[in-house]
Design a protein around this ligand. Structure first.
Ligand SMILES: Nc1ncnc2c1ncn2[C@@H]1O[C@H](COP(=O)(O)OP(=O)(O)OP(=O)(O)O)[C@@H](O)[C@H]1O
Ligand SMILES: [Mg+2]
Length: 262
């Protein structure tokens, strides 16, 4: 059922402890959000508002100071397993080919049957449109291609939820647009539940069925926007422009407010 909650973040807070001469950081404050099964949602917020921290907690890579994360009915264990994360910077192994980057997680998870893992990896490279590039090393691929491989690597372990941390942030505008189109198409094909983090409002409105807006210091979730437009989206349509304007003006308003809108 599409309306069933797949991933639930409940009352998450995070304080990074300080040390001598370095104060503690309250990165997140009481964040709750739910992703429905099969939903593509985006999370926007300015740099430093805690987006990466939130995803790391949701993926089970970081413990929250308070609150919990549920996947279906089960609490996400630490370190997590069924939640895939595509990182902000390309995190491919430079010494492994595209194919061996994708097969890596499979070999780790299901014993070390390398041939099986490579066959699976080949399928996932195909899924992201990277057939023919199996033997290339990351340095031989464009930034956009590297991010496709990173997405394939996350998909290959068949996560229930895919979290993406500004995966297209370092790309030029044209590659970025084409990867956004690719992501919508991939989501349509796989029906995977996805949370896509970006500080780019245009990207969030292009991708998300819903857009969550965060404010900084400490990061709080203040608004949820229902985008309500079909796919593929037209950035020049009045409805698109209007919702983008609304979110941008909200974010700039909270940025100016003392305490980041809190
Ligand atoms: N391991 C850590 N130890 C201490 N402080 C941390 C740690 N990780 C993050 N922080 C702090 O938590 C806050 C949120 O950081 P985070 O990386 O989650 O922000 P972000 O929204 O992802 O920013 P950006 O858009 O620049 O990627 C920042 O003030 C950061 O300095
Ligand atoms: Mg970040």
């Amino acid at each position: 059922m599409r309306n069933e909650p797949e991933l639930r973040l409940i009352g998450l807070s995070k304080t990074f402890p300080g040390r001598k001469g370095v104060p503690e950081v309250r990165a997140l404050e009481d964040i709750s959000l739910q992703l429905h099964r099969g939903e593509l949602a985006c999370l926007v917020g300015p740099s430093g508002c805690g987006k990466t921290t939130l995803l790391r907690i949701a993926a089970g890579l970081e413990r929250p100071s308070e609150g919990k994360v549920l996947l279906g009915e089960e609490e996400v264990s630490f370190p997590g397993g069924q939640v895939g994360l595509v990182f902000q910077q390309s995190a491919l192994f430079p010494w492994r080919t595209a194919l061996r980057n994708v097969s890596f997680g499979l070999e780790m998870r299901r014993g070390r049957d390398r041939r099986w893992a490579e066959e699976e990896a080949r399928d996932f490279l195909y899924t992201v449109g990277m057939e023919g590039f199996e033997r290339r090393y990351p340095r031989e691929l464009s930034g956009g291609m590297q991010q496709r491989v990173a997405i394939a690597r996350s998909l290959a372990v068949r996560p229930r939820v895919l979290l993406l941390d500004e995966p297209f942030g370092s790309l030029d505008a044209q590659s970025r647009n084409s990867l956004q189109e690719f992501l919508v198409e991939l989501w349509g094909r796989t029906g995977l539940t996805m949370l896509f983090v970006t500080h780019n409002v245009d990207e969030a409105v292009f991708l998300g069925e819903r857009v969550f807006a965060m404010t900084p210091r400490p990061g709080r979730l203040h608004r949820v926007y229902e985008v309500g437009l079909g796919y593929p989206r037209d950035r020049t349509s009045p409805a698109f422009v209007e919702i983008r304007r609304e979110i941008l003006s909200y974010l700039s308003q909270v940025e100016k407010a003392p305490g980041g809108g809190s």
